[in-house]
Design a protein around this ligand. Structure first.
Ligand code: COA
Length: 260
């Protein structure tokens, strides 16, 4: 099977997952979804990889959406199965225990943007164009795009992207807070790597727990979320890493976190 998704360790602790179908702007096919799941299995079990960056090959796109050619002539059941598989991958990516960064050059449209929305951070270049243009095909997003975009940027910005099929430039994505960093296309990976390196200094258990808090907080009531926040803190305080972090600060040395 040709590699539609590449996985490399680009520096200690940092994995790079590359959507690799540049001739089709990395459009997401069934095979690609299968390979994405398999690559996440590898990242999850590889204790050397602490942070994962996702990007697209070719410089023209992160991913220009689901493979529209693959939609043609499908039976309803097959079409729905593809959507369910996309949703399974996106849900898994969103709740992935290790932090994830989408590094976006060029188009991140439809399912490509939906994958990026499942990452913890988005780093975009000035060539990035983000959007959910499914309405132009007479369709709507099915991989969480409407709901995750709404939660990320609010109702009216989400409506603008969805109802006008607007392709938002990287600069605007940065201005509205969707992207954490904006850079020249040539600097994309080094800027994403800089974010990943900052994460490597944070205790791994704390990273996983804070990811979970952000996700749960989007849907929980404030009192419930605040109680959950304190439960997390108490658990981390009782962890080896929590004690190590406090000791290291007081002893004026770098902490040695072990993820327990
Ligand atoms: N599915 C399948 N193939 C796609 C694709 C998609 N989502 N997006 C791009 N491609 C293919 C094109 O068909 C073309 O293939 P070809 O060279 O064999 O004809 C190749 O990728 C390059 O795309 P092209 O359209 O020629 O590039 P462009 O620079 O003129 O336009 C886009 C780029 C992104 C504006 C345009 O490709 C596009 O609108 N894509 C669809 C976006 C979309 O609707 N996504 C949601 C899908 S549900």
């Amino acid at each position: 099977m040709s590699s539609l998704v590449l996985l490399d360790e680009i520096s200690p602790g940092i994995g790079l997952l590359t959507l690799n179908r540049p001739d089709k702007l990395n459009a997401l096919s069934w095979d690609m979804l299968d390979q994405l799941q398999a690559r996440l299995d590898e990242v999850e079990t590889n204790s050397e990889i602490k942070v994962l960056i996702l990007t697209g090959a070719g410089g023209k796109a992160f991913a220009a959406g689901a493979d529209i050619a693959g939609y043609k002539g499908r039976r309803e059941r097959e079409f729905m199965d593809f959507q369910f598989a996309g949703r399974r991958f996106n849900d898994r990516l969103e709740s992935f225990p290790k932090p994830t960064i989408a590094a976006i050059n060029g188009y991140a449209l439809g399912g490509g943007f939906e994958i990026a929305l499942c990452c913890d951070l988005l780093v975009v270049s000035t060539s990035a164009r983000l959007g959910l243009p499914e309405g132009l095909l007479g369709l709507s997003p099915g991989g969480g795009g409407t709901q995750r975009l709404l939660r990320s940027v609010g109702r009216h910005c989400a409506a603008d992207l969805l109802l006008t099929a607007w392709r938002m430039k990287g600069e605007r994505a940065y201005e509205v807070g969707l992207a954490s960093a904006l850079c020249d296309p040539d600097d994309l990976l080094s800027v994403a790597k800089g974010k990943a390196e900052a994460m490597l200094k944070v205790a791994p258990l704390a990273l996983t727990e804070m990811k979970r808090l952000i996700r749960l907080g989007e849907d929980a009531s404030l009192p419930a979320a605040l109680s959950f926040e304190q439960e997390v803190l108490f658990r981390l305080y009782c962890s080896d890493d929590g004690q190590e972090g406090i000791d290291a600060f007081l002893e004026k040395r770098q902490p040695q976190f072990k993820g327990k």
